[in-house]
Design a protein around this ligand. Structure first.
Ligand code: UT7
Length: 329
């Protein structure tokens, strides 16, 4: 038995911020941002919380599947920008959507959030613990972004991707395999210092700008290039896949250079890599489901396509899922 994605949708805020916007108040340039990251623009949500990014995508996802909201029995939200510490964002989403038969929770695994949550949802469906999981990958990165720091301001954006996970009608389709990793050694290079029990919020933490992202870009970059490339190559080898067998690499969108290095290691040409970092920047837990949703909407995915999902992010967390595309239709 396998579990599969039976519907998918995404939501992006309307406000488009191009690279030139930053040139007016930061020592940066369109040229630097494009060549070092691959980003041209990103979307910033003017107001609302992460759940407000999820709700429109979830409404569309459920509508596309043609089921009643009452059939959703579990909600999982992967995010590092929850509406609140508690209740979890899954509860907020459940309430806003009126999913009266669901239970749920949040997963905090940063950029690997969607990959970890997909593996979790899939095992729930396989075990019978849930039948129809509403799986959301969403982040309002602008809520933790220091807009005055050029090392981070230009990198991130807001967005959400939502899918439904159910039993596949074909055991050879859906989530075929996964390889997942965590190593807390990486915490020193990418974290938010304050606001948790380690360093509760105070005037001092606000004055010290400790509620924003802290990222040592170079160290994250070095580890990401190795981690994402290794895990993608490993899942191919484990499943006897040659590069020709892969329809698409679906990488987390943090930096085009990390994406290219991963594709290169897999022996896959860039024409077989989902890339939208140019339009949306890094939306953390949302990058992979937004890619899948866009490629699906564009009619570029067909039944049986082998998709290698790959992520690397704070923790460090990293992993890969082999997804054989099948919307059950
Ligand atoms: O999704 C979560 C995981 N995160 C990642 O995977 C991100 C991984 N890291 C990266 O993508 C890259 O390290 C960055 C895009 C963050 C930075 O690129 P880089 O090529 O590693 O640059 P760098 O950090 O080595 O900085 C090179 C120079 C520095 O100036 P000096 O010290 O050489 O004078 C930076 O201050 O570039 C400077 N710099 C900028 N210059 C213009 C950093 N940000 C900017 C900027 N505009 N926005």
């Amino acid at each position: 038995m396998t579990a599969t994605i039976t519907s998918i949708a995404h939501y992006l805020p309307e406000e488009v911020i191009d690279n030139h916007y930053f040139e007016s108040f930061l020592d940066t340039s369109d040229e630097w941002i494009k060549t070092r990251t691959g980003i041209s623009e990103r979307r910033f949500a003017k107001d609302g919380a992460t759940s407000d990014l999820i709700v429109p995508a979830a409404e569309e996802c459920i509508r596309k599947r043609g089921i009643s909201k009452d059939e959703i029995d579990c909600v999982i939200v992967a995010t590092v920008t929850p509406d609140h510490f508690f209740p979890n964002t899954a509860a907020v989403v459940q309430h806003k959507l009126g999913l009266k038969n669901a239970w749920g929770f949040d997963i905090s695994a940063a950029c690997s959030g969607f990959v970890f949550a997909l593996a979790t949802a899939s095992s729930f469906v396989n075990s019978g613990l849930a039948k129809k999981v509403l799986l959301c990958g969403a982040d309002k990165m602008t809520s933790i972004l220091n807009i005055n720091d050029r090392n981070q301001a230009v990198l991130f954006g807001d967005g959400a991707g939502v899918c439904i996970i159910e039993k596949s009608n074909d055991d050879n389709m859906g989530v075929i395999d996964q390889i997942l990793h965590i190593d807390g050694f990486g915490g020193q290079y990418l974290h938010m210092v304050a606001g948790g029990s380690f360093k509760p919020s105070s005037h001092e933490t606000v004055d010290n700008l400790e509620h924003y992202i802290y990222q040592d870009g170079q160290n994250v970059f070095k580890n990401a290039v190795v981690g994402m490339a290794d895990v993608s190559a490993e899942i191919m080898e484990k499943n006897n896949l040659k590069s020709d067998d892969v329809a698409y690499l679906v990488p987390h969108q943090a930096n085009l250079r990390i994406i290219s290095a991963t594709a290169n290691r897999m022996g896959v040409g860039m024409d077989k890599v989902m890339v939208n970092i140019d339009k949306y920047g890094n939306t953390t837990a949302a990058t992979i489901p937004i890619c899948l949703s866009e490629w699906n909407d564009a009619g570029k995915l067909k039944k049986g396509d082998n998709l290698v999902l790959a992520s690397f992010g704070a923790g460090f967390t990293w992993g890969s899922v082999l997804l054989r595309w099948n919307l059950n239709d």
